[in-house]
Design a protein around this ligand. Structure first.
Ligand code: NZQ
Ligand code: ZN
Length: 396
């Protein structure tokens, strides 16, 4: 097992009615004036925003609101939030929503706490010195941003979707009431389940993670739990226990736990992450749901790299699916794709409703390679040519 640091400062408040604790949690973390940030309206429609604001008012904390965050959140909204927050002396950002809202909140928090253009951090020309405190009331089990150090933003100009990781942005608290996810469309629930699975699976394909038995066991337990309960939710969208399992798995899958003992080289996360990088470009250019984008490209990535170290696929087949020793990579890949299909997720890009032209394949790979300046993935490093081949294979 490799050395690692595991420091997750996020206070989790989990269960029914916990959204009513928003005010007291803000108070506990010293907020004087909060920016309550939300998305395209689901939290207005469900009445959640009103409940949260009532709780903040009752705690005697001042607040302003800013909605309108879109999926694959935009830099233009971040700029708007930074300006509004500065003008109003905001000292805490509370996200009420999913990964997109939480990421937009984190980016605003960076923007208020640092002078200059906040995009510099995603462009990697500068690192932030500080970040305003962030908390969340989570409404979808998916991205894991509620406990993660990651923040993914799309620059409007050129539709560049980029992730940035820094412990400064780890949220102070996360309110997780599984009942808040009952209003989600099934497609979003399923897309979230894929994302949760992938956050652990990406960490599984880490060539330096030898003999991290406990981390492997946690990973397998988490992935089995997600697969089982996604299928329960397909049959019954309001099954509380299934929604609760998914919500807790979402937070643990991306808070670092399933990477402990891996290739620890901060700020680079242990694991492969090529599938995520390939998807981010798709999400930026075509506005697809992140998890659905992951299932659309994962199989093509896996087939492309599986000739290297096929024993990783065999181990996955044995531990996750109960296959015998030495299962062929293709059998394991197909089995996971079958699961994606069983929860109505696409296994090709065409399945996302996107028809990729050859020109788009090249543009995606060009952007994903940071214009030819980087490779992605650690299981097998991939250059722009490899990326093109994978997008082409995934086209459908
Ligand atoms: O905007 P509203 O109206 O709220 O609608 C949202 C949105 O359309 C809707 N929704 C959310 N909760 C709902 C609901 N509808 C009804 N009832 C509810 N309870 O669902 C849609 C998707 O929401 P979004 O926040 O975009 O989903 P998700 O949590 O999957 O976040 C995706 C974003 O997170 C990034 C992704 O790349 C993507 O941009 N990621 C962030 C990570 C991180 N910060 O650690 C890691 C991930 O790998 C990921 O890259
Ligand atoms: Zn993800």
């Amino acid at each position: 097992m490799n050395n690692f640091v595991y420091h997750i400062p996020t206070k989790v408040c989990f269960g029914k009615d916990t959204e009513n604790e928003a005010g007291s949690l803000l108070k506990e973390f010293g907020a004087k004036k909060a920016l309550v940030h939300f998305g395209g309206g689901s939290v207005v429609k469900s009445g959640l925003l009103d409940k949260v604001c009532k709780s903040i008012k009752e705690a005697g904390i001042d607040y302003i609101t800013l909605g309108g965050v879109v999926s694959n959140p935009r830099l233009s909204k971040v700029y708007e939030g930074v300006e509004l927050g500065r003008k109003n002396g905001v000292d805490f950002i509370l996200a009420v929503g999913g990964g997109s809202v939480i990421d937009s909140a984190k980016a605003i928090a960076y923007g208020i706490a640092n002078e200059g253009d906040v995009w510099d951090f995603w462009a990697r020309t500068r690192v932030p010195e500080a970040c305003l405190p962030v908390g969340s009331v989570l409404t979808i089990s998916a991205a894991g941003s509620e406990m993660s150090e990651a923040c993914v933003i799309t620059k409007d100009e050129g539709l560049l979707k980029r992730g940035y990781t820094n412990n400064l942005s780890r949220p102070k608290f996360a309110i997780m009431n599984p009942e808040l996810t009952f209003t989600l469309p099934w497609y979003q629930v399923a897309s979230g389940a894929v994302d949760i699975l992938m956050h652990t699976l990406e960490r599984w394909f880490d060539k330096k993670r030898d003999s991290a038995q406990l981390t492997d066991a946690i990973s397998i337990g988490l992935m089995k739990t997600v697969m089982r309960n996604a299928l329960v939710l397909k049959g019954n969208a309001t099954d509380y226990n299934a929604a609760a399992e998914l919500m807790w798995a979402g937070a643990l899958s991306h808070n670092g736990l399933t990477g402990c003992g891996g290739n620890w080289n901060p700020p680079v996360l242990p694991g492969d992450w090529a599938t995520h990088q390939l998807e981010h470009e798709l999400g930026g250019m075509f506005e697809v749901a992140h998890g659905a984008g992951l299932s659309a490209v994962w199989g093509s990535w896996a087939r492309y790299v599986s000739k290297d170290n096929p024993e990783y696929f065999a181990k996955l087949g044995k531990d996750l699916f109960g296959m015998g020793d030495g299962a062929a990579a293709e059998t394991v890949i197909k089995k996971l794709e079958d699961f994606f299909v069983s929860i109505d997720m696409p296994v090709t890009i065409a399945g996302l409703g996107v028809t990729l032209s050859e020109e788009a394949v090249k543009e995606l790979a060009h952007k994903c390679s940071f214009f030819g300046k980087r490779t992605i993935g650690s299981y097998r490093p991939l250059d722009a040519g490899d990326m093109e081949a994978i997008y082409r294979a995934a086209k459908g």
